[in-house]
Design a binder for this molecule. Structure first.
Ligand SMILES: [Zn+2]
Length: 418
């Protein structure tokens, strides 16, 4: 992820072209930079605005990653006709202080990173209001990172050389918080805001920067799960798979599994239960599955994340589960009912899907009938009536549990057929 041009390798190790990162030239380079900083000048730095005399180097990604070769993306504007408004000198106006700070930043061992070779690197930079708080926060989590690991640096656990292997950016962040709440004792400063820097692979690196502000409540969910010794990343996200319905070779679609894990992580971090539910739906050719232990962990996550917040007591969830079971049975050979349920946009269509579910009950065979609780449907109708303004959340809960039973049903059948 380091955006410094690489030079010839030294004894098999990556070496950088930048003088500051070369053992032989570092001292001289630092001297030169400080001499330039000491000079008084009249030019203004484009990054910090301070006056300076002359630059060490022009503005490059090595010292300021967001700058790109596409001038317009770097703020360069010029108009030909009428008023000429040009920032031609833009890349030259970069002061030696900013150069030094910018380049040194790569040696910071408090940056969380994840590189997926051939695709992209993601870096997480904590955002805090004071430098003191930033330093404290970084200090608290540094032991969780392994700076000598090339592609990813979150340790499996403190003291271990092994690092976690999340499938994407958001799963990296959720993995970090899991370790943070498990491993860091003094939680005086908890960073909730991050700059996520995504660096694509290839010659032209147009960096994507986004700010992620996490809600207090979101972090509380991950924290409470760790209090119950449940790892949000390791025992939930990383235990969810996409299974092919009729596998010819490997039973798991790993590409899709990675995408689903990433989407689920993003949904949790952005407090988006709708997206969480939709990502558990079966898809063409397969279904999202997990073990029984993972299912219990997901249920605990849902309880802490949604039910308690919605004020729905734990017992009431049995009603939603039972109806989910009915939907799964009715969708056994054709998940269209499940998709229809997921797509309901207003409470009237939701009622009509519930009526459709009730009609499907008539067609159930002896076997299926034994395994369901038809009265649950009345219970659910009452639950929606009592919480009309929350019908969407109830729909999403029903989607989650229907998908869950759909997946279990599929797996049971496969076993029976074996
Ligand atoms: Zn500057």
């Amino acid at each position: 992820y380091v955006l410094i041009q690489e030079g010839t390798k030294v004894k098999g190790e990556v070496a950088f072209k930048e003088g500051l990162y070369n053992e032989k030239t570092a001292v001289d380079t630092v001297k030169k930079v400080f001499a330039l900083i000491a000079e008084e000048g009249t030019r203004n730095c484009i990054v910090c605005g301070r006056p300076f005399s002359s630059p060490v180097k022009k503005l490059q990604q090595a010292a300021y990653p967001p700058v790109t070769k596409i001038k317009s993306l770097s703020g360069v504007r010029s108009y030909k006709d009428g008023e000429v408004y040009s920032f031609k000198e833009y890349f030259e106006d970069f002061c030696p202080t900013c150069y030094l700070i910018g380049l040194s930043e790569w040696s910071d061992d408090g940056i969380i990173y994840r590189t997926i070779p051939g695709e992209k690197s993601t870096l997480f930079l904590p955002r805090l209001n004071s430098l003191e708080a930033l330093a404290k926060f970084k200090k608290s989590y540094r032991p969780l990172l392994n700076k000598s690991s090339r592609y990813r640096n979150i340790r499996v656990k403190e003291g271990s050389e092994e690092t976690e292997n999340p499938s994407g950016s958001f799963s990296t962040l959720i993995c970090f918080y899991e370790k943070f709440f498990f491993g860091v004792d003094k939680k005086e400063v908890i960073g909730k805001s991050w700059v996520m820097m995504e660096v694509p692979f290839g010659a032209v690196k147009n960096i994507k920067l986004s700010v992620i502000d996490l809600a207090e409540s979101t972090l509380r969910v991950i924290k409470e799960l760790s209090n119950e010794k449940i790892s949000t990343y390791k025992e939930i996200i990383a235990e969810i798979f996409f299974f092919y319905d009729n596998p010819k070779g490997a039973p798991v679609d790993w590409d899709l599994t990675g995408k689903i894990r990433e989407n689920l992580s993003e949904a949790i971090l952005k407090d988006d239960f709708r997206s969480f539910a939709r990502n558990l739906l079966p898809r063409k050719g397969g279904r999202v599955g997990y073990s029984k232990d993972t299912r219990l962990n997901i249920e605990e996550l849902i309880y802490i994340w949604r039910l308690r917040y919605m004020g729905i007591p734990k017992e009431k969830i049995d009603i939603v589960k039972s109806v989910g079971n009915i939907v799964a049975k009715a969708s056994k050979n054709n998940p269209s009912l499940l998709y229809k349920l997921d797509k309901t946009k207003n409470i009237d269509t939701f009622w009509s899907v519930l009526r459709e579910i009730s009609r499907k009950l008539i067609g159930f065979d002896e076997n299926d009938r034994k395994m369901i609780k038809p009265t649950a449907l009345d219970g659910l109708i009452q639950l929606v009536k009592d919480n009309e303004d929350r019908w969407k959340e109830i729909r999403d809960l029903l989607v989650v549990y229907s998908s869950m039973y759909y997946a279990i049903g599929g797996m049971k059948e496969e076993k029976e057929n074996e």
